[in-house]
Design a protein around this ligand. Structure first.
Ligand SMILES: [Zn+2]
Ligand SMILES: [Zn+2]
Length: 345
């Protein structure tokens, strides 16, 4: 080791020791904390050109990783914020993405498997605290009233404590409960700039399950919900800019299933076998998306949920480089009246 290297290391050690020592001083701790709080506070809302789609959950229940929340997609414009499904851990992603819950337009549920509704109570509470000016509207196919009534009942005491504690002005009692809206296929929500269409998909025995299409300023995004690949879905998605489709990698599941059988875990092996008949085989989607003139196919609600980059590569086996695997907090920007799709990160 030459003299220069020794001097550099000595300075580095002294710097670390001084930094550690300084951080023990209350004034320095308070300064760092204040900087941290500033960085976490929601930044001023930036103008949105066209439509943004944010992935607030890309996992399925099969497989367990904290890197991915369960199913949740956000559609954001200058005037709207829609959440499509709110699975477990998605409220954390919604907060990380700093989505403007104070102006949440509505939540659309595709169906009532727990991995699509588990975050409903937190989203209702967080948007109420954020200053939402109306009751949270929850849309979904038949069954949505049962789900909403159950959440409202389970959170009734929580709401009453919070209004008593923080006051009627901050948390008005009347805006606490969410409201259910039962949907059929067709146009399910519309204003002068946004049209939302619902269509029935195939996720038996979870009947009915719906997918949704959002059209805004010449741009469009379709979210499949949980389903097999169906002709009806690709007809509804015809010409869309983005299609988020649930996907199941059969080659991975086959290996998992055999491993479970070999290790005597026959109940898990059967569960794995059962899910294959109600999610879309990843290898069937790319050709169908091309035939429907969809500009970008994005796979989400990944079955099984990839744990790392290696399993993501395995998941994509048999697909071209044009297909994208969704990641939590990924943002897709669709500028108004254009063809561009910008993906971050
Ligand atoms: Zn499902
Ligand atoms: Zn699901």
């Amino acid at each position: 080791m030459n003299r220069n290297t020794k001097v550099t290391i000595a300075f580095a050690v002294i710097f670390v020791l001084v930094a550690v020592g300084l951080f023990r001083a209350p004034a320095v701790q308070d300064f760092v904390l204040a900087r941290l709080a500033t960085s976490l506070a929601p930044s001023a809302q930036q103008d949105i050109d066209g439509m943004q789609v944010v992935v607030c959950g890309s996992a399925s229940p099969l497989g367990n990783t904290m890197d991915r929340a369960q199913a949740c997609i956000a559609v954001l414009t200058q005037e709207h914020l829609f959440l499509i499904d709110v699975g477990a851990r998605s409220p954390t992603r919604i907060a990380q993405a700093q989505l403007p819950l104070d102006r949440l337009s509505a939540v659309f549920l595709t169906h009532y498997h727990s991995d699509h509704i588990a975050g409903l109570g937190d989203v209702n509470l967080n948007s109420w605290v954020a200053g939402r000016q109306h009751n949270m509207q929850v849309y979904g196919p038949e069954g949505v009233q049962t789900v909403v009534d159950g959440f409202n009942q389970a959170y009734a005491l929580d709401r009453s404590y919070r209004t008593q504690h923080h006051g009627e002005e901050l948390l008005p009692k009347a805006l606490g409960p969410m409201r259910a809206n039962t949907l059929d296929s067709g146009i399910v929500w519309q204003d002068e700039s946004m049209t939302v269409r619902g269509f029935v998909v195939d996720h038996h025995p979870a009947n009915p399950t719906m997918g949704y299409r959002f059209d805004y300023q010449g741009r469009s995004v379709v979210i499949s919900g949980d389903t097999n690949a169906t002709d009806e879905l690709f007809a509804a998605a015809q010409g869309a800019d983005l299609l988020f489709h649930d996907a199941l990698a059969r080659h991975l599941l086959n290996v998992l299933q055999q491993t479970m059988r070999d290790s005597g875990r026959s109940n898990v092996a059967q569960l794995i076998g059962d899910v294959t008949d109600y999610h879309a085989d990843s290898l069937t989607l790319e050709d169908a998306a091309k035939a429907a003139d969809i500009k970008q196919l994005v796979l989400y609600h990944l079955v099984p949920t990839p744990m790392n980059a290696m399993t993501e590569n395995l998941f994509l086996r048999g697909l071209s480089d044009e297909v994208i695997l969704a990641h939590d907090l990924q943002v897709f920007e669709l500028s108004a009246q254009s063809e561009t799709i910008t993906i971050r990160p």
